[in-house]
Design a protein around this ligand. Structure first.
Ligand SMILES: C[S@@+](CC[C@H](N)C(=O)[O-])C[C@H]1O[C@@H](n2cnc3c(N)ncnc32)[C@H](O)[C@@H]1O
Length: 233
C-alpha cells in the first residue's frame, strides 16, 4: 500500500480523531488532557528521547502509536518524515494530538483491543505508558493487535513501567513517586498498574505475542524500561 492510500477507508480515520463510534461513557483523561503535557513532560521528555534513539525514525515510514494521548511521540516521528497514525480511547487527548499534528496526523478514536487497520501495514508500532493502565485481559489482546498490524520484519517500541529489581536508593525513591502518581490516577488505573507489575511488566506480553526483543534499556533505577521488538519476517 502506498502512503497516499493511507487515508482511504477502512485503513485511515478522519484526521479529527473522531470517527463517530458513539459517545464514551467515561473518559478518565477528560479533566487532564489540557494540562497533561505540562504535568508529564518534565518526566517523559527524556524517555521519549531515549525511545527515538532506540527506534529511530525513517523517512516515509508508517508509524502507529497505540494510546497516542496528546501526540508528542507522533510529533517527533512526523517531524523526522514519518507518516503518523494514532489511536486512543480519549477524545480529549486526541483533540490535543490533533492540534499538534494537524491534518497530516491520522488519528482514530477507538479501543486498541480491536484496531481498524488491516494486517501488517505499519513499519513501527509504539506504545508508551499505555499497556500498564489496561486490565490483564485487555493488555494481552492489545499486544496481539499491535503485532498483527505491524509488518513482518517491522519494529515495535514499547516503553512502560518495569518490575525491577530496583537500585538502592534511587530506584526506591522513584518507585515511591510512581506509586503516588498511579494511585492518584484512580482505583482502576492503580489496580491495573499493580497487576501489570506483578505479572512481570512487558516481557511476558512480548513473549506471548510471539515477538522478539532486539534491545532493551532499563532506566529510572529499575522502574522503567524501553524495549525495541521485532516481528519476524
Ligand atoms: C498515560 S497516557 C500516555 C499517552 C502517550 N502514549 C504518551 O506517551 O504521552 C495513556 C493513554 O492510553 C490511552 N488508552 C488507554 N487504554 C486504551 C485502549 N484500550 N485503547 C486505546 N487507547 C487507550 C489513554 O486514553 C491515554 O491517552
Amino acid at each position: 500500500m502506498k502512503a497516499s492510500e493511507a487515508n482511504d477507508p477502512p485503513f485511515g480515520a478522519d484526521s479529527t480523531g473522531n470517527r463517530g463510534e458513539g459517545p464514551l461513557t467515561h473518559d478518565p483523561y477528560r479533566g487532564l488532557a489540557t494540562i497533561y503535557d505540562a504535568c508529564t513532560e518534565p518526566f517523559n521528555a527524556g524517555l521519549r528521547h531515549m525511545g527515538l534513539k532506540l527506534a529511530p525514525p525513517r523517512q516515509g515510514q508508517r508509524v502507529l502509536e497505540v494510546g497516542c494521548g496528546t501526540g508528542t511521540n507522533l510529533l517527533n516521528y512526523q517531524r523526522a518524515g514519518s507518516v503518523v497514525f494514532g489511536i486512543d480511547l480519549s477524545p480529549r487527548m486526541l483533540a490535543q494530538a490533533h492540534r499538534k499534528l494537524g491534518t497530516a496526523g491520522r488519528l482514530q478514536r477507538g479501543d486498541a483491543v480491536r484496531m481498524p487497520y488491516p494486517d501488517a501495514v505499519f513499519d513501527l508500532t509504539v506504545a508508551m505508558l499505555t499497556l500498564h493502565e489496561m486490565s490483564r485481559t485487555t493488555r494481552g489482546h492489545v499486544m496481539v493487535e499491535m503485532a498483527r498490524v505491524t509488518r513482518s520484519g517491522g519494529r515495535l517500541l514499547l516503553i512502560d513501567f518495569h518490575p525491577g529489581p530496583l537500585q538502592f536508593p534511587k530506584g526506591y525513591g522513584i518507585k515511591a513517586f510512581i506509586l503516588m502518581v498511579e494511585r492518584l490516577a484512580g482505583r482502576e488505573h492503580f489496580r491495573n498498574y499493580r497487576d501489570f507489575i506483578a505479572q512481570g511488566g512487558l516481557s511476558p506480553l512480548i513473549e506471548a505475542a510471539g515477538l522478539q526483543v532486539v534491545r532493551q534499556r532499563i532506566v529510572s533505577g529499575g522502574n522503567l524500561t524501553l524495549v525495541r521488538v521485532r516481528k519476524s519476517p
